[in-house]
Design a protein around this ligand. Structure first.
Ligand SMILES: *[C@@H]1O[C@H](CO)[C@@H](O)[C@H](O)[C@H]1NC(C)=O
Ligand SMILES: *[C@@H]1O[C@H](CO)[C@@H](O)[C@H](O)[C@H]1NC(C)=O
Ligand SMILES: *[C@@H]1O[C@H](CO)[C@@H](O)[C@H](O)[C@H]1NC(C)=O
Ligand SMILES: *[C@@H]1O[C@H](CO)[C@@H](O)[C@H](O)[C@H]1NC(C)=O
Ligand SMILES: CC(=O)N[C@H]1CO[C@H](CO)[C@@H](O)[C@@H]1O
Length: 373
């Protein structure tokens, strides 16, 4: 690392981690440090010349961005005298706690921690299980780029979306409201935000720095895409685009159920009214309208990302556990927290059972030595 450079640590070096890291590393002011999960994985990476590659399928000529990271490390080799000031977490939701554990002693109350993950409910885990003694500066990123692994540390960037970022409210969950002035000042003062709102990075990944209420709205909208696309593509084992003309009936059921619960759980957002011109005017009710959401999921999930294969389907194909618990299962957690009975999550239950059936079937086939795919 040279004088004046700032370290940005990336925990989780899969598709999203690599996409962010390879764009950040282009900035000479930044030294990106990938935190790999084990010495084995670190040596795999070193054997691949410490290089990631991301191919842009949506650009003519499909250029490949190859980036070298010489600073990658892992829990066993992390330098004892380092501090983590800026951390971006892109691990699978269910791996977050375990993945963070070895680094907790290098994190401090002024650390900036940004979560860029699928699903909702990770914040609750961070607050309750991980940062119970002190809270660092917490940020959330919501990413809609379509990207998937082709081999080792190589990925296809299949759909150009955006990256929405925001500071998470520090107080109770009702305090969702931030002003535009607050957002602007934060970007000027906070070192992680400064890095993420650099013009080159903003352009490369279409970054939008938002108030929390705007981000939350985008997050709920994206949640609907995940809650529909992930389980259904996993169950029927198809790429996204194949479902375009046939999936509306099942998506409709999933959306209806989620919406009913979210309206109760996120009442402050559904009730949001801007105080004055310093607050963004957002049409929460219009954006989270049932019919609109159905069309949105079909457009974003099945049309814009038609060549993509959902992350849950990839997990099921590769016989890995899925994030179902954090995606569709989140609704169930909300219901339990809010005291809403099983009649609020029947669809979820059926969907989850079918995802597990598909995973089980693939595992049975793999055990028999036949083709699980
Ligand atoms: C990868 O990086 C490590 C650590 O900087 C270095 O020791 C190693 O030689 C590099 N490997 C290759 C193949 O360049
Ligand atoms: C943030 O920066 C602005 C100027 O851009 C300054 O007026 C303000 O005092 C700073 N706030 C903090 C908390 O440092
Ligand atoms: C999807 O793939 C097809 C065939 O490779 C290509 O013609 C099309 O442009 C791609 N669409 C998107 C949105 O990536
Ligand atoms: C695209 O595929 C990647 C990897 O499977 C996944 O993480 C992402 O959520 C997918 N996006 C959509 C819209 O399907
Ligand atoms: C994927 C999913 O929706 N999972 C949840 C469905 O509901 C049951 C409880 O009825 C939960 O245990 C699952 O996590």
């Amino acid at each position: 690392m040279t004088q004046g450079q700032q370290r940005v640590f990336i925990l989780g070096f899969g598709s999203i981690g690599v996409l962010l890291a390879s764009q950040l590393q282009r900035n000479a002011q930044i030294s990106v440090v990938p935190l790999l999960r084990s010495e084995k994985r670190l040596s795999d990476f070193e054997n691949l010349r410490n290089t990631t590659s991301v191919k842009s399928l949506f650009l003519t000529g499909q250029p490949t961005n190859e980036v070298e990271f010489t600073g990658a490390t892992c829990p066993e080799q992390f330098p004892k005298d380092w501090k983590i000031d800026n951390l971006i977490i892109t691990t699978k939701t269910y791996q977050t706690k375990e993945a963070l554990e070895p680094y907790m002693k290098f994190i401090h109350p002024q650390t900036n921690v940004m979560l860029v993950q699928n699903g909702l409910g990770v914040l609750e885990v961070l607050n309750n299980d991980i940062f119970s003694e002190y809270k660092p500066n917490l940020f959330q990123g919501v990413i809609s780029h379509g990207i998937y692994q082709t081999s080792g540390f190589s990925f296809n960037h299949a759909g150009f979306g955006n990256l929405k970022i925001s500071r998470l409210p520090s107080g109770d969950s009702d305090g969702i409201v931030q002003s535009n002035t607050f957002v602007k000042k934060d970007a000027e003062n906070n070192s992680l935000l400064q890095v993420l709102v650099q013009p080159e990075f903003v352009k490369a990944l279409n970054v939008m720095h938002l108030t929390y209420q705007e981000l939350l709205l985008g997050q709920l909208e994206k949640y609907m895409v995940n809650a529909c696309m992930n389980p259904v593509t996993s169950i029927v084992d198809s790429i996204n685009g194949d479902l375009k003309d046939i999936a509306a009936p099942i998506f409709d059921l999933i959306i209806a159920e989620c919406l009913e619960v979210l309206k109760i759980a996120y009442k402050p957002l559904f009730d949001y009214k801007p105080h004055d011109a310093d607050y963004p005017s957002i049409d929460v009710i219009g954006i989270l309208d049932h019919k609109r959401l159905l069309n949105f999921v079909l457009k974003i999930g099945c049309d814009l990302n038609r060549n993509n294969s959902s992350s849950m389907r990839q997990d099921v194909i590769n016989l890995r556990d899925t994030e179902a618990e954090y995606i569709n299962g989140y609704i169930v957690k909300l219901c339990k927290k809010l005291g809403l009975g099983p009649e609020y999550y029947k669809t979820n239950q059926t969907i989850e059972t079918l995802v597990n059936l598909r995973l089980g079937l693939n595992r049975v086939r793999a055990a028999k030595g036949s083709d699980a795919k």
